[in-house]
Structure formats: C-alpha cells, structure tokens
Design a protein around this ligand. Structure first.
Ligand code: HEM
Length: 225
C-alpha cells in the first residue's frame, strides 16, 4: 500500500487527545526508560552515583530519540503501534532535553572525572556529540508555523527526517568511539555477566537505522507498483 494511503489510515485511528495528556504519557514513559537503564547499570556495576546516572541519562536520550525516529517504520509494519505515532515530537523533544542534561552533567558536575585533558584526548567523539546537538537545535529552530509554511510541508518534513537521522548517526559515532574498547574487553572476557549498556545502545541504534532502510525499500517498492 502506498505510504500516503497508509499514513491516512493511521491518522484515522487516532482518538481525540488532550495536549497535556500526551506530554504526561511521554514524560511517564521517559522516566520508565531512565529507571530501567539505571536499574540495569546498578545490577551490572553494583553501585549508583552521578557518574553512573549520567550514563543512564545519555542512554535514555539515545533511546527516546531512537523511538521517536522509529515510530514511522514501526507504524508502517505493525498495526498495533499505529496510535503511538502522535508521540514522535514529544519523545524527540524529551530525548533532546536529556541530551542537554547529559552535556551539563558531563561538563560541569563530573569535572573531576572528565577533565580538560580527558576531553582533549576524546575530541573526535566529542565533536560528533556537539554536531548532533547542533543539528537538533537547527531542527528546533525551523519548527515554527511560519517556517513550515515558507518551506512547504513536504520540504520541511524531508529536512526534519534527514536532520533527525543525521544527528542520530552522529550520536552513534559519538559514543561508539568512546566505548568500543570496553565492548571488545567484555566480548573477550564475558565479565561482568551483563553486557555494557552502551553495547545494547549501539545495537538499538543500528536497529533504528535498519528499520528506516526497510521502510524506504518497502515504500519504493509499493510506489513502483
Ligand atoms: C545528542 C547529544 C548526545 C547524546 C544523545 C549522547 C549520548 C551518549 C551516550 C549514549 C554515551 C555512552 C554512555 C555510557 O557510558 O554508557 C555518552 C557518553 C559520553 N558523552 Fe555523550 N551524548 C551526546 C552529546 C555529548 C556532548 C556534546 C558531550 C560533551 C560534553 C558529551 C559527553 C559525553 C561523555 C563525557 C561521555 C562518557 C560518559 C562515561 O563514560 O561515563 N556527550 N554520550
């Protein structure tokens, strides 16, 4: 079925909703993701402090932004997710705020761990993190009625999609460059029992991208018919 027709079907299924209710649901879901990530890190490391909470914050940000991007694909392939499409904006924005909190905590509250010399030695990874934030800021800047109208809905949507995936790829590069030595160590020793959360994060991130490619192929195939 062509994408436009499928999209119209999905929109018809949506119940009337209140603005505040959507934010509340998205907020509760985000807290749930943060608690699950925190519990996982606690089980893996046997400890919990700001340094570890910052990892949970960063991974929750990655996951919320990933869910926000994945919703189009999930709705296209699986009907039961259809009514969740309205949360795209909310999950993306909460994910963006968590990324902001992660940057503030890393840069100002953990300066004993992340010193200027540490940042200097990880500058490529940090550059990708910074670029991801810049792309999100640009997306927020063009999300107003005037610019949506000026650019035209079709171009605005294409820009948002392109920007979202570009920033998401930057995030994956940001933490993969930092974390892959830890992944290799875990793969060779198998200790501790639970894998690093960042390894689960990168698998999640790659799955979001594969889903987008599958959606693109499926839409291309149906448009050709
Ligand atoms: C959209 C933007 C960003 C996202 C979603 C993001 C996400 C992540 C993720 C998932 C990790 C791995 C956490 C782990 O250890 O399990 C991480 C690590 C880290 N990020 Fe970011 N990040 C972003 C931008 C930045 C920026 C701009 C900075 C610069 C201050 C930064 C500083 C760090 C630091 C210091 C770590 C290492 C944390 C640790 O090893 O405990 N991040 N980030």
């Amino acid at each position: 079925m062509p994408f436009v027709q499928r999209h119209e079907e999905i929109i018809k299924k949506l119940k009337p909703y209140s603005y505040g209710r959507l934010w509340l649901n998205a907020f509760v879901f985000s807290i749930f993701i943060f608690i699950i990530n925190s519990l996982y890190l606690f089980l893996r490391r046997g400890d919990y402090d700001l340094f570890i909470a910052n990892k949970a914050l960063a991974t929750s940000s990655l996951m919320l932004i990933g869910f926000s991007l994945a919703l189009s694909g999930l709705c296209y392939f699986w009907d039961f997710v259809d009514t969740k499409i309205i949360y795209r904006k909310h999950l993306g924005l909460i994910g963006f705020f968590l990324a902001g909190a992660h940057v503030i905590v890393s840069g100002f509250f953990l300066s004993n761990k992340f010193t200027a010399a540490w940042f200097e030695s990880k500058k490529i990874s940090m550059l990708f993190g910074g670029l991801a934030l810049l792309v999100f800021l640009a997306m927020a800047a063009i999300s107003n009625r005037y610019l949506i109208h000026e650019l035209g809905g079709k171009y605005w949507r294409a820009f948002m999609r392109f920007g979202g995936y570009l920033a998401f790829i930057f995030i994956i590069l940001h933490f993969s460059l930092l974390k892959y030595p830890e992944w290799l160590k875990w793969l060779s020793t198998g200790k501790p029992f639970l894998p690093p959360l960042s390894l689960i994060g990168v698998i999640f991130g790659l799955a979001v991208i594969v889903l987008r490619l599958a959606l693109w192929l499926a839409v291309k195939r149906t448009d050709r018919k």
